[in-house]
Design a binder for this molecule. Structure first.
Ligand code: ZN
Length: 125
């Protein structure tokens, strides 16, 4: 009697997990494009903020070149991390979005107020 009740409860719990999985798979075609669009919008927003920004260090006007340099440096950092710790999965917070082509000062985009700030320097071991 109690065994059958237990197995019934287990079955119900399994059913719940199944339901969540099905829901997730059903919603994926909705979630994925939204995430992609949001990402693209953010990239565009960052480019808009960077273009025309005056470098606080050398006074140069930043443009798409600064965004490209930022992307490049960020990709290099990620590649370096993966080569040094191949089996580790990271949750990384991106903190480089643009680099001044003239003086190489690194900038980070802030979502809070859609602004560019000088990237906080980290001590690398
Ligand atoms: Zn500069």
């Amino acid at each position: 009697m109690s065994m059958s009740r237990l197995s019934k409860r287990l079955k119900r719990r399994k059913g719940f997990g199944f339901l969540i999985t099905v829901l997730f798979v059903l919603l994926l075609p909705v979630i994925l494009p939204i995430a992609l669009i949001q990402d693209r919008l953010r990239t565009r927003r960052i480019a808009k903020v960077v273009c025309g920004f005056i470098c606080v260090s050398c006074g140069a006007t930043l443009g798409m070149e600064a965004v490209r340099l930022g992307d490049e440096r960020w990709r290099a950092i990620i590649a370096d991390l993966h080569s040094r710790f191949p089996d580790t999965r990271f949750r990384i917070f991106r903190d480089i979005h643009a680099i001044c082509p003239k003086c190489e000062l690194e900038y980070m985009y802030q979502d809070v107020d859609c602004s560019l700030v000088v990237r906080p320097q980290r001590e690398c071991a």
